[in-house]
Design a binder for this molecule. Sequence first.
Ligand code: NDP
Length: 239
Amino acid sequence: MVTGAYKGLGFEWCRQLAKGGYKVILTARDFEKAREAAANLNDQDLVVYPRALEVTDEGQLAQLATWSAGMFGRIDLIVNNAGVNPKDYADKDKMAKAFYLDQLDAEEMLKVIHINSIAPLLVVKHFRGLLKKGQQPVVLNISSWLASVNNLRFGGHYGYVGSKNLLNVLNKSMAFELKRDGIICLNVNPGWVKTDMGGQKAEFTPEESVKLIIQNVLEKARLENSGSFVNYDGTPHPW
Ligand code: NDP
């Protein structure tokens, strides 16, 4: 199950997972966009099911978990990919409220944190039972190099930097709790990727980033490594 998946990295996750033999649930907050993206992959003979999901909506999460239980009986992998970066907001006043100290606004900051840091855990809250029944179940949270305290070299960006950093520590804590269920929880930096968020000057295509993460992170995921923050090449990322 992949969140925020009608475009960008999320769409590519669906494509490569389906090509690798997974039955994939492609979710997006706008069902029509999910349907179109899934139809594109269905045309390539890939098994992909579109569902509507706004990741902060627990009613939708509960419905999706019930539907998934009926369809599949288990979930092997969740890619918590949906995320926002205030720098991309069309409304620049709104952007400034989660970006610059002088305009900082608690409500706008909390909206970013709700989506980027808390929603990935809400997803797992609702899918925990199905993950428990999965085959070597993994929760993969798409974090960022901007989450790293040690690597931070500039100011501002408060909403994004703070929310991805919080996601890392929340995942580490969740990993301890879910170890007894056999669920592996990882945070990965996908690199700088050519998407609407990353821009076209970025280093990797979505195809390259996802391929590297599947090879270096997913295929090597072990319960002993649960809670870690790693790069797309599998090396530990500085916290
Ligand atoms: P995109 O902007 O292309 O994709 C982000 C996706 O998240 C969109 O489909 C968006 O849907 C969805 N989304 C945002 N908020 C919600 C929500 N509340 N509920 C459901 N879906 C939501 O960017 P990327 O593909 O680059 O980003 C994917 C992930 O990778 C993000 O978590 C990002 O932070 C992370 N990342 C990306 C990097 C890069 O260089 N590209 C670098 C480091 C991390 P909608 O259009 O409806 O808003």
